[in-house]
Design a binder for this molecule. Structure first.
Ligand SMILES: C[S@@+](CC[C@H](N)C(=O)[O-])C[C@H]1O[C@@H](n2cnc3c(N)ncnc32)[C@H](O)[C@@H]1O
Length: 485
């Protein structure tokens, strides 16, 4: 990209636009550098880089290796939704879109299959008296250094490799105290405990997965007291972030966790006005592995088997039984199926034994799951409502180029959505610190952000045209009542 192609503009220089239906798409491929926020009137198809303001501290709470930048949901919500609208976030992660929706006075329904994401989002959407949390924290951390070590309550493979003995003892003591604390404070304490677990493990800072590698830096010997010190440090961090977040005007009654925790089957008696999310990436992040320590230490799973069972719920999973991946799957999307076959047969790159078949199945399964997800969302979204997704576009899997966003749009289109807008976000520092053979693994080049719209039936179009001709020059999205939130 040449510097002459860059234009720097901030929101102040651009007039705000009403939330209008975008039907005059221009096909331009501009490169734009924006500051602070993504303006609502960027051209369709633009490539954007962004200079960010210091973000709210609350975004950093909770482990999530693929956090979205808040500027994306903010852009979508500002452009395509109105105050009071009900927004669905089906892959909530650490809750970035939830926070943006609440900041903009939208109502939110959210879900995530992963217990750690559920905990993070529950903490971020509950208001507590922080003074009382601090009180409870003082109680549970009293005389920690003299505490008797409870009998071991956590069991998982390689526990002794990743956790030094004094660290295990310190964690058992803390865990025991947290689990006997008052129920309303437990989630906040657990969130700080989760960070303590990760920090006190023998993974190097910045490592996402617990994998043995050749270049591991020596980890210092740790004591029980180190564990308690880290817990204090993280509890302070959590409270400080929440204090800042609580200063903003949002209400806990605007936000609900959905009954379903699987984005492929959204049940319950409710509808939404818009959806904004960033789905899992295909072939990039193993969330279950990445959060193995937290899952066990926080008692979200009781055994290795329990943990492995979580994979069946994960979209984008790489854990597929060999009997299943030996078969070449067909999604019914001709172009994609040809690419899947190329991966399967190793036409471009022959990986080590079984990897081509496995990677082909991972891709196949990802798109089948996402198709099911789009169908489920279609049922929950009101007519004319928008669905915005941001996804890492992969360059190569086993040497095969895969345009993830385009394929997702094709599946969504078959279901009844149509694309109204897209732009691309150029990524600086996309650091996925995962040990893997990059010849067959996916490499993410940029994020693509797509806005889809659920088709409007003839009857609704007729009503809208009457409302428009009677009332105004602009069609502004109206608040649509949501059934029993
Ligand atoms: C890219 S991350 C979302 C990150 C989020 N936007 C943030 O900023 O933290 C994708 C999320 O999808 C979740 N996920 C994967 N499969 C799911 C499923 N079947 N149902 C619901 N959530 C799922 C993962 O647990 C992960 O948190």
């Amino acid at each position: 990209m040449k510097t002459s192609q860059l234009s720097i503009f901030t929101n102040q220089e651009l007039p705000e636009q009403p939330s209008i239906v975008d039907n005059n798409l221009q096909d331009s491929a501009s490169y734009i550098h924006v500051a602070n926020r993504i303006p609502v009137n960027i051209p369709n198809g633009a490539f954007i880089s962004i200079e960010r303001l210091t973000p709210l501290k609350v975004y950093s709470l909770g482990f999530q290796p693929a956090k979205t930048i808040p500027e994306i949901p903010y852009w979508f919500l500002e452009k395509y939704t109105a105050e009071g609208a009900v927004i669905l976030e089906p892959f909530a992660g650490s809750g970035t879109s939830i926070i943006e929706a609440l900041k903009l006075s939208r109502r939110v329904v959210w879900l995530d299959y992963h217990p750690l994401s559920q905990l993070t989002c529950q903490v971020k959407t509950t208001r507590l008296s922080l003074a009382e949390v601090l009180d409870e924290c003082s109680k549970i951390t009293k005389d920690l250094d003299f505490a008797k070590v409870p009998s071991s309550s956590v069991n998982f493979s390689n526990k002794d490799f990743w956790f030094q003995k004094p660290v295990q003892e310190g964690l058992e003591i803390l865990k025991d105290r947290i689990f006997s604390s008052k129920a309303i404070y437990k989630p906040v304490l657990l969130l700080a405990f989760a960070s303590t677990v990760r920090k006190c493990s023998d993974m190097n800072d910045g490592m996402i997965l617990a994998a043995r590698r050749s270049n591991v830096k020596e980890v210092p010997k740790r004591t029980r007291s180190d564990v308690f010190k880290y817990f204090h440090f993280y509890i302070e961090k959590v409270l400080e972030s929440l204090a800042q977040w609580y200063q903003l005007d949002w209400d806990t009654s605007w936000v609900k966790e959905a009954e379903s925790r699987d984005a492929r089957s959204l049940n319950g008696d409710w509808t939404c006005d818009a959806i904004v999310t960033s789905p899992p990436y295909v072939n990039a992040i193993d969330y279950v592995w990445a959060s193995k320590f937290e899952l066990h230490w926080l008692d979200f799973v009781k055994s290795d088997r329990d943990r492995l069972n979580l994979y069946s719920k994960e979209i984008g999973t790489e854990r597929i039984p060999s009997l299943e991946y030996k078969q070449l799957g067909k999604t019914g999307h001709k172009k994609l199926d040809d690419l899947i076959a190329e991966i399967f047969y190793g036409n471009k790159y022959k990986a080590s034994k079984g990897q081509n078949e496995l990677r082909a199945r991972v891709v196949y399964k990802y798109f089948i799951d996402m198709k099911q997800h789009f169908s489920s969302c279609y049922e929950k979204l009101r007519e004319g409502g928008y669905y915005c997704f941001s996804v890492g576009d992969l360059s190569k899997i086993c040497g095969v180029d895969l345009a993830v966003a385009d394929s997702l749009v094709d599946f969504a289109t078959d279901i009844g959505f149509h694309e109204v807008f897209r732009f691309h976000l150029l990524l600086k520092n996309r650091k996925l610190n995962i040990p893997r053979n990059v010849n067959w693994a996916g490499i993410i080049k940029h994020d693509t952000i797509v806005v889809l719209q659920k088709k409007i039936t003839q009857l609704i179009l007729f009503i809208l045209s009457r409302v428009q001709s009677n009332n105004s020059h602009h069609f502004v999205l109206k608040k649509v009542p949501c059934r029993s939130q």
